[in-house]
Design a protein around this ligand. Sequence first.
Ligand code: FAD
Ligand code: FES
Ligand code: MG
Length: 281
Amino acid sequence: MMNNFNIINKNQLSPDVWRYTLSAPDIARKRRAGHFIILRPLADSERIPLTIVSSDQDQGTIDIIFQVVGATTRDLAGLRAGEPVKDLIGPLGHPTEIAKHGTVAMVGGGVGIAPLLPIAQAFRAAGNRLVTILGARARSLLILEQELASISDKVLLTTDDGSAGQKGLVTAALEPLLVAREIDFVMAVGPVPMMKAVADLTRGFGVKTMVSLNPLMLDGTGMCGVCRCQVAGKTRFACVEGPEFDAHQVDFDSLRRRLTMFREEEKARREAKPSGGSHAA
Ligand code: FAD
Ligand code: FES
Ligand code: MG
């Protein structure tokens, strides 16, 4: 393939969150809402999955938004505009199943708001009314508010410290809407405890809820089994069968345990690799 996966644009969205535009014409052509890529920033980095937030077929580019949480995302943030990422595969995963449900609550937590944007755009294009609920620890960590507001009928913000919107969790903003029977379908993307809390809440109201799971991944092709999740009592490979699943069927506790199983190794790698820093664009 001729692609060299250059970083065309580099923008900082919040203290640890970056938006990159990457040259990837083949992926830009095929990509649909819900797809992700697996990339390796440097030759000695691990491969990590990141959602394709948007694409431009004419320019042959895709956008990703990522939060620096460990060694690999730090390697990625250390690259400069004009430099290439070492390698990149995609589009991966099942695209989102888009249907007209009526009023859809789009619930995003932290950097989970990034994967939410293309899904929200697709639900909007299918004629749904969107109520978007965005949650973060503090205002400075809320991303993509304008983009989501431009396609939503209503946007509700929640922050842990009350610095924007309602103080508290996304479920505090969602519950009154469910009580009022305003919501026909929920899509939630964010940290595991947030998705679990949303699932527990909507189950009681019988409102269909989908979540985009974020297990560890390695090959992204269904071969290694690293991304396995328990859904409806069965083992499912999120990279090829997901990453979106029925929230009421997901075993979130086992997902949380698997996400932390390499914590010591991840810490050792962060400490062993000197900080790549976060270069300016
Ligand atoms: P590590 O040092 O490996 O991990 C640091 C901490 O982050 C650890 O506590 C670890 O448990 C946790 N962590 C590790 N991997 C994941 C993971 N897969 N999900 C959640 N927490 C993790 N992140 C984004 O910022 N933007 C995205 O658009 C995005 N899309 C994703 C799409 C999919 C399908 C999946 C599976 C994950 C996605 N992620 C996204 C999460 C991203 O892949 C991880 O943050 C990344 O792999 C962490 O790598 P690291 O080496 O920098 O951190
Ligand atoms: Fe290897 Fe899914 S990441 S099977
Ligand atoms: Mg890692």
